[in-house]
Design a protein. Sequence first.
Length: 355
Amino acid sequence: MNEEFVSRNFKSDNVSSVCDPIMAAINAANSGSAPAYGGDDFTRKLQTVASDVFGTEVAIFPVTTGTAANALALSQCVPPYGAVYCHETAHIVTDECSAPEFFTGGAKLIGFPAADGKIRPEQVAAAVAYAVDMGVHHVKPGAVSLSQATEWGTVYELGEVSALAATAKRLGLPVHMDGARFANALVHLGCTPAEATWQSGVDILSLGATKNGALCAEAVVFFDPARARDFERRRKRAGHLWSKQRFVSAQLLAYLEHGLWLDNARHANAMASLLAEGLSHVPGASLLQSVDANEVFVALPEATVAALERQEFAFYRWPLSAPPAGVAIRLVTSYATPRAHVDEFLAAAHSHART
C-alpha cells in the first residue's frame, strides 16, 4: 500500500499510535528500579485513582489485553459447568479464540440475537427459565455479559443497563461489562463512570485503554472488592502478571487521572459522527446502525466500495447474515483520526457515487 496514504486507516482503533501523554508516562516510569509484580508506587496509586474515578472503593487489576481482561473476569464468577449470557456477536463469542471457555474451565457462552447488539432482560429471563427446567442436564446460569459500546457501535442507555442488571440480580447472576470502548460509551452517555457501572448494577468491568490511546493497558475492575478474592492468583496463573507492572499501571494512571480517556474518546466519537453525517448524503449509502460511539456501519454500492479500496482507504467489508443492498463496511475512528482523513473519505465517497 502507498506509504503516503497508509494512515487513512479506518479498519480499527487498534491501528492508531500510542498517544503522547501515555508514551510520556511510560518514559517517566522508566527511571531507576522499582519493586516488581505490582509492588510499585504506580500500581498502588492506581488503586486510589480508580476508586476516585468510579466514586467507590474498587479492586483494579491491570492486564495487557482485552481478551485477558474478559476471560479472567468471567473465570472469577462462572463455574466450568456454567453459562455466560451475552449477545451472539459479542467479542467474547467471536474474537477471543475460546479464551473465556478456556479460562473458566469449560463454561458455555450462550449468545442472543439482537439487531442493535443490545441484549434484553426477557432474553436472559427466558434462558434462565429454560436452564432451571432442564436441571442437571443443562449448564447452570452463571453470569450476564454486555458489551459497552456494543460490537455494532451502539451504546446501552443507563436505563437499559439497569433493567438488564435488575433481571440478572433477581436471578442471582453477576453482571460483567466488556468495556473495551467504555470511554466512548461514557462520552456518548454524558454521565459519570459510577452511573454507567456499579450504580446501574454492573459488578465487574473489563476496562479498555489500548483502543483509546494506550500501548498495552487494560484492567479488570471489581466494584465489590470482596468479589476479587484470590484474583491475583488467577491472573498470575494465566501469565498476565507483569514483572515490570509499573509500565502498565503508569499507562492507566495517565489514562484516567486527568481525563485523558474522555478527551480521546470525545475526539474519536466526533470523527465517527462526522463520517455518519457525511455518508447520510452519499447517493446509495445506507447507515446500518445508530452511530453512538466510534464505529460506523454503512452499506454502499459495490462500485463505490471498490473505488474507495483502489484509492487506498483502509476499512473492513463486514459480513452479514442478511446483507443489505450494496456492500456493508465498517469504519472505526480513534483519538488520532484527523478531520482531514474524514473529509477525504467523504469527498471520495461522494465522487465515486456519482460516477
